[in-house]
Design a protein around this ligand. Structure first.
Ligand SMILES: Nc1ncnc2c1ncn2[C@@H]1O[C@H](COP(=O)(O)OP(=O)(O)O)[C@@H](O)[C@H]1O
Ligand SMILES: [Mg+2]
Length: 284
């Protein structure tokens, strides 16, 4: 699949009233892949993603969205191509009903009127929200409101979808469902950015991972390289995924592995291979 550079962040600095939060951040977001942005609280993740649709403008450096400098474009223009879902859904929801929330977003984003109803139905069903269509968003649980906020942004089909802590408050079923929706969007060529502390979720869906600490991107690379780098993870105050961690404990005990596994099947393969080489293959 063709991967296009969707958002290019070049050496960006940003302060809130003299309090420096971004200290020279560079990062590229591509279409057709999932990028997980991870790191400790206060690292600057939310401040960074607010630069992706022009809500915040760099005080130094540049942000290009599909080639356009965000300082020269309006949020309304940029928001059609880059959809942001905030951590707190209450900053985003305001309609009288779940259905109205989606319909309003579609109309506001200039979706053709002839397709608004059909698109709304599709998204309500996709996010398992159709049974709540007449309810006020404020009567939904926090997890459901979060799902509605994501559904509203997905509905107008932006080229890049940016989700701030999407798994917070979601149960296993909804997390798996969200992972499937994100994957399907990636297959359609969308770029997805997920801000998360959830390393297991990142293992499931991320192609690349960027670690942030103290206003800087301290590491960026393939999910496997970054999520198995214990030193980098520690610097971003994250624990390694359970499988990678188990593997590194086994390696410390003298086991050898061809690479650090991330998934249960990969760990199983490494253990089976090792026991086989000892002639104990039948034991696993
Ligand atoms: N509107 C604001 N005014 C002043 N300081 C802010 C504002 N928003 C965030 N900050 C501060 O900027 C730092 C980075 O915040 P944020 O980007 O939200 O980090 P993260 O999303 O990684 O937790 C924090 O110290 C936070 O307190
Ligand atoms: Mg945040």
């Amino acid at each position: 699949m063709l991967k296009e550079e969707a958002i290019i962040v070049k050496d960006v600095y940003f302060s809130y009233n003299g309090f420096e939060v971004l200290k020279g951040v560079s990062l590229t977001v591509r279409t057709g892949e999932v990028l997980a942005l991870m790191g400790e609280n206060g690292a600057g993740k939310t401040t960074l993603i607010k630069h992706f649709n022009g809500l915040l403008k760099p005080q130094k450096g540049r942000v290009l969205v599909f080639g356009k400098d965000t300082r020269e474009a309006s949020v309304a223009q940029l928001a059609r191509r880059v959809g942001l879902v905030f951590q707190n859904p209450d900053h985003q929801l305001f309609a009288e009903s779940v259905e109205e929330e989606i319909l309003f977003t579609l109309r506001n984003m200039g979706y053709p009127e002839s397709r608004v109803k059909e698109r709304c139905e599709y998204v309500l069903r996709l996010f398992d929200l159709d049974k709540y269509r007449q309810r006020s968003p404020y009567t939904l649980s926090i997890g459901e409101r979060k799902r509605l906020a994501i559904a509203a942004v997905v509905s107008h089909d932006p080229d890049v979808l940016v989700l701030d802590e999407p798994t917070a408050g979601q149960d296993y079923f909804n997390k798996s469902k969200l992972a499937r929706i994100i994957n399907a969007m990636k297959m359609k060529g969308k770029g997805i950015v997920i801000v998360t502390h959830d390393v297991e979720f990142a293992v499931q869906i991320a192609d690349r991972v960027a670690l942030m600490a103290n206003g800087r991107v301290i590491k960026v690379g393939s999910a496997r390289d970054v999520l198995t780098d214990e030193k980098g993870l520690r610097a971003a105050r994250l624990l390694p995924p359970q499988i990678a961690w188990t593997a590194s404990l086994l390696i410390q005990k003298g086991f050898t592995m061809s690479r650090i596994p991330m998934l249960p099947g990969e760990l199983y393969f490494e253990l089976a291979r090792m026991l086989d080489s000892r002639g104990e293959g039948g034991n696993l």
